[in-house]
Design a protein around this ligand. Structure first.
Ligand SMILES: Cc1ncc(COP(=O)(O)O)c(C=O)c1O
Length: 292
C-alpha cells in the first residue's frame, strides 16, 4: 500500500499530520459543504470534466463561492497527484466547506471557503465485479435535493451501514415505491434488453459514471430508458447493476432474499463493464499523451 501523505489545502500542500481546521468550521458543525470522489487509474484521472462540472454545480446550488476558477482547480488536482507521485489506481476525495466562522445558522457572506483534498490507493474491486454483489432494499428518507453532492450524508450512512450489517454491499433506496438510486451509487434494472434508471432529476445524484453508461449504451445500441422502476419490478429483472466512481459497473445478483436472473452477472452488465474498462484505458492513454 502506498502512503500518500501530502494533502491539498487552500492552494498549499501540507503533511497529513499537520492539517488542522478550527473547531468552528461550518463543514464540521452543519455539514455545510460539498465534495467529490474522483477515480484515478494508474495515476490519471477518469471522468475529470464531469466531476469538476458537478463540483461547481453543487457549489452554486448551495451558494458556496469556490475561490478558484475551473482551470485553477484542474491545476491543483493535477498537482495533488504529482506531489504524491501517484502511479497506481486510487481515489481523490475533494471537499469544499463554506468556511470557518462563529457558529450561527446564517452565514457571513465574506467567509472564505475551506478546501482540502487527498489521494488514497484504491485497487479495482475485480472479484466483486466478476461475481456480483448482494444488496438490500431500504426506504429513501433523504431530502429532495440529492443532485447536490452535499456533506449531509447521514441517511446514506445509515442505509449503507444497514446493508453492511446484513452482509450486503449496498442499499437500494426507494421512495413511494420508486427506486431512486443506492446509498452511494446509481441503480439500474435490465429487462428485455433495455436498461432502466431513474431520470436525472433533483432527487438523485447525477452520477459521472451514469453519464458514461448512457454513452456506452448508445454506442452498443442498447436502449437507455430514463424511467424509474419500482421496487417490486426487481422480481422480474433480467439483470440489476449499480455504478459509481469507486465501484465502476457492479452487478447485483441478489436483493434481500431474492436472486436476480440466474444469480450471475448478466450479458448487458458484462458489455457495459467492458465498455467502462476500454474507456478508462483510452482516457488514461490520452492524459499520458497530454503530459508529453
Ligand atoms: C448517492 C450517490 N449516488 C450516485 C453516486 C455515483 O456517482 P459517481 O458515478 O459520480 O461516482 C454516488 C457516488 O458517490 C452517490 O453517493
Amino acid at each position: 500500500m502506498t502512503i500518500y501523505d501530502r494533502i491539498l489545502t487552500e492552494k498549499e500542500f501540507v503533511h497529513q499530520n499537520d492539517l488542522q481546521y478550527p473547531f468552528e468550521e461550518r463543514g464540521l458543525q452543519f455539514g455545510d459543504g460539498i465534495y467529490e470522489v474522483i477515480r484515478v487509474y494508474q495515476g490519471n484521472y477518469y471522468l475529470i470534466d464531469e466531476h469538476v462540472d458537478r463540483l461547481y454545480r453543487s457549489a452554486d446550488a448551495v451558494k458556496i463561492n469556490v475561490p478558484y476558477t475551473k482551470d485553477q482547480m484542474y491545476h491543483y488536482l493535477d498537482q495533488l497527484l504529482k506531489v504524491n507521485e501517484v502511479k497506481s489506481d486510487a481515489k481523490v476525495y475533494l471537499q469544499i466547506t463554506r468556511g470557518s466562522a462563529p457558529r450561527d445558522h446564517t452565514f457571513p457572506l465574506d467567509t472564505s471557503a475551506n478546501l482540502y483534498a487527498y489521494v488514497k490507493d484504491l485497487p479495482r474491486a475485480t472479484d466483486w465485479m466478476r461475481d456480483g454483489v448482494s444488496a438490500i432494499s431500504h426506504p429513501d428518507v433523504r431530502w429532495d435535493w440529492c443532485y447536490i453532492k452535499s456533506l449531509n450524508l447521514l441517511p446514506n450512512v445509515l442505509a449503507k451501514q444497514e446493508a453492511k450489517e446484513q452482509g450486503s454491499f449496498e442499499a437500494i433506496l426507494h421512495k413511494d415505491g420508486e427506486v431512486t438510486e443506492c446509498s452511494s451509487s446509481n441503480a439500474y434494472l435490465v429487462r428485455n434488453g433495455k436498461v432502466y434508471t431513474h431520470p436525472a432529476r433533483k432527487n438523485i445524484l447525477h452520477g459521472c459514471v451514469r453519464i458514461a453508461v448512457e454513452a456506452f449504451c448508445k454506442k452498443e445500441g442498447i436502449e437507455f430508458v430514463e424511467e424509474a422502476f419500482r421496487i417490486e419490478d426487481i422480481e422480474y429483472a433480467d439483470e440489476l447493476f449499480l455504478t459509481s466512481s469507486t465501484a465502476e459497473v457492479m452487478p447485483i445478483t441478489k436483493v434481500d432474499e431474492r436472486t436476480i436472473g440466474d444469480g450471475t452477472p448478466g450479458k448487458i452488465t458484462r458489455t457495459l463493464q467492458k465498455c467502462y474498462e476500454e474507456d478508462a484505458k483510452i482516457s488514461a492513454e490520452q492524459s499520458l499523451f497530454k503530459h508529453v
